[in-house]
Design a protein around this ligand. Structure first.
Ligand code: 7RM
Length: 657
């Protein structure tokens, strides 16, 4: 927790109240109504969630219990109820919104394709029948490694329709990362494409899948290949099949199976503080409820909205706010295959104007890079359709917030800064735009029914302005259920005995509340990095570095970066001598490329420093806290006597090459 962060936050005095016009039409209209919802949830917690679940979702079999905590922290919601997620996202709209546009797809080159709810439903049914014909059964795991196209949503929805469990792996991940996830999930099938095309560049997907599978001891039975670019790819007889051969001849009738509310819906891998990624498991009923309610509360979803969340389906934001939430409420949404800067730096603004987007949800890192690419560019486009702007992934600095508000939103649009995690499933702390006054840099107040707080180790609320552990005191429907294959790690990570005696969900972030009860997120408690909104475990990058034959030891920390939020700085101990100024540059390039290959470009260190050792405690633990100070170029003022080798700090301060 850095002091400077607390400083800059304390000086933020700006306030932005919702306009009377916005409040008048909002789903939650004014503070009074927000307080009422919170109070209902407080007074009758189960009644509140039960009413929401009955009102918002179609159940094949109604539930009789709302919450079952008999095996806590293994929470069960709506446990004896049955439903199908795909039916809730598609079938239930057919009679009223069959011809409504579900997806406005814009590809990398700028060609637009419209998918109505009926067309999307048909595509999902055909593909789901393909899955059944391939022998996929309830509970089987499917890896999805796809470009950002409607077909990715089709594949996910089709899995949900038959009760298969999808695990989407971001299309930028390396063969090694993909292999780990295929192995850990024990996947029967991989759904991929020949290539993805972003910013005019093709990225091989099928070849990467082949590399992952050849290294993988686990046997994958089927690989489905969507032809995105038509580039030739190797097809393995008996295993690989093209999407069109798999799906096009199938019937458009595929009855959704009624699944238990607690049946698994998906696994999504996220980096932890150790090298092994965590497979976050979400289940059907509670997860969908969280996505729907936040669409209504935070995005104030209205029937004529055109919604655009820019997240890739490889991240949780792309699950909840592309694949499930918008479809469950019957929204029209934009899906964009490309990147914000291609073919020009105004691409996002052009898309908003072209499709008359009303609700725009993106990451602070994208906002910062768009400011850099051209702070005045939004003015060249008609952005008057916008009515709500959202951010997610990391704290947004007040300057970027103000730019977003003034230049993109024309001072007219509330900004919803949404704090949540892969683990929470949907928004937890975020302004309800027709009710809550915003302050730049704060994600404001918890959603109704979400008992977020900042506590000390004993679990007592800390005073206003004091940093502490961000926790959620009561279970909520859309939270993760476990870590796939490692339930003990689930308990230890999220209900650790050393914080509040394991009574509360511990998010792993530090935060503070101001005098109005507004939350200000201060960062991660552990060492996980956040680069461009992507969570990267230090250990994952360190393990990759140490896998290089030249490296003996490595420690990775984050350093603040204007563009990406945090940049990766690696401290490396070579097996041989420390490099000289002459050969350091070439070695850094080699090691960066190595990390890119092992994990993906996002994890490449921006800076590499070489030392004869790393600062360690006497029990041998690396003190990353000190490395962070060095990486930031600041002076170490704290006591270093607990170090085994304090002299090493001087050496690590030197930059070579
Ligand atoms: C949705 C997502 C989760 C971590 C979380 C925080 C950070 C996310 C905000 C934020 C400040 C925000 N899932 N984080 N949103 N920090 N303000 N609005 O990002 O699992 O990938 O990351 O991201 O540290 O714990 S995630």
């Amino acid at each position: 927790m850095s002091d400077s962060k607390i400083e800059s936050i304390l000086h933020e005095e700006r306030r932005f109240e919702p306009s009377a016009a916005f409040t008048a039409n909002a789903n939650v209209s004014g503070m009074e109504q927000y307080r009422q919802l919170c109070q209902q949830a407080e007074e009758d917690w189960q009644g509140f969630w039960g009413d929401c679940a009955r009102r918002e979702m179609d159940w094949d079999k109604p539930f009789s219990t709302v919450y079952d905590g008999s095996d806590a922290p293994h929470h069960k919601w709506f446990n004896d109820g049955e439903l199908n997620i795909s039916a809730n996202c598609l079938d239930r709209h057919l009679s009223t919104r069959g011809d409504k546009t579900a997806i406005i797809f814009e590809d990398d080159a700028g060609t637009t394709e419209l998918w109505s709810y009926r067309q999307l439903h048909e595509a999902v049914c055909r593909f789901a029948n393909g899955l059944l014909a391939a022998g996929l059964q309830r509970g089987d795991r499917v890896i999805i490694y796809m470009p950002m196209r409607p077909q990715a949503v089709v594949a996910m929805q089709a899995c949900a329709r038959i009760g298969a469990v999808h695990s989407v792996v971001f299309g930028g991940f390396s063969a090694k990362s993909l292999e780990d996830r295929i192995q850990d999930a024990g996947a029967k099938m991989v759904i991929t494409a020949d290539e993805s095309v972003r910013g005019g560049k093709a990225i091989a997907l099928k070849a990467t899948v082949d590399a992952a599978l050849s290294a993988c001891s686990h046997q994958v039975q089927t690989v489905v290949v969507y032809q995105r670019s038509g580039a030739p790819v190797a097809m393995q007889e008996g295993r690989d099949v093209y999407w069109h051969d798999f799906s096009d001849h199938q019937s458009t009738d595929c009855p959704p199976v009624a699944l238990n509310a607690e049946a698994p819906l998906f696994i999504l891998y996220t980096s932890g503080s150790t090298g092994k990624p965590k497979g976050i498991l979400h289940t059907c009923g509670g997860y969908l409820l969280g996505s729907i309610l936040s669409m209504r509360w935070v995005f104030d979803y209205q029937e004529n909205d055109v919604y655009w969340c820019t997240a890739d389906v490889g991240w949780i934001t792309g699950h909840t706010y592309v694949c499930y939430g918008p479809l469950a409420v019957g929204a029209t949404q934009v899906i964009f295959e490309g990147i914000p800067t291609y073919p020009h730096a105004g691409r996002f603004w052009e898309i908003i104007a072209k499709h008359k987007v009303t609700t725009f949800y993106t990451a602070p890192t994208a906002i910062r890079s768009l400011i850099k690419a051209g702070a005045d560019l939004p003015k060249q486009h008609d952005l008057s359709s916008l009515r709500i702007l959202g951010t997610v992934g990391e704290p947004i600095n007040p300057e970027a917030w103000m730019w977003y508000h003034e230049v993109v939103g024309g001072r007219r649009c509330p900004i919803v800064d949404t704090w949540w995690q892969t683990e929470t499933g949907s928004n937890v702390i975020a302004p309800l735009p027709g009710a809550i006054t915003t302050k730049p840099g704060s994600c404001t107040l918890p959603l109704p029914g979400l008992f977020a707080a900042v506590v000390d180790e004993q679990g007592n609320d800390v005073g206003n302005g004091e940093g502490g552990y961000l926790v959620i005191k009561k279970p909520w429907p859309s939270q993760l259920r476990t870590i796939w294959g490692d339930d003990q790690r689930y308990c230890d990570t999220y209900y650790p005995a050393n914080i509040a005696g394991g009574r509360f969900y511990v998010a792993g972030d530090s935060a503070r509340c101001d005098e109005d009860g507004y939350f200000w997120i201060m960062g991660r408690i552990d060492d996980v990095l956040n680069v461009s909104g992507h969570r990267l475990g230090t250990m994952e990058i360190e393990s990759a570095l140490v896998a290089n034959p030249k490296i003996a030891e490595a420690a990775v920390v984050g350093r603040p970066d204007e563009l990406t939020g945090e940049a990766v700085v690696a401290f490396v101990v070579l097996k041989g001598e420390r490099p000289t100024a002459e050969n350091a540059t070439a070695l850094m390039t080699e090691l960066r490329d190595w990390v890119g290959k092992e994990i993906g470009a996002i994890a490449k260190p921006k800076e590499i420093r070489f030392g004869d050792n790393l600062p360690k405690t006497r029990s041998g633990k690396i003190m990353r806290r000190l490395l962070r100070i060095i990486a930031a170029g600041e002076e170490i003022t704290q006591d270093v006597s607990t170090l085994e080798n304090p002299a090493i700090l001087e050496q690590l301060k030197e930059k070579i090459g």
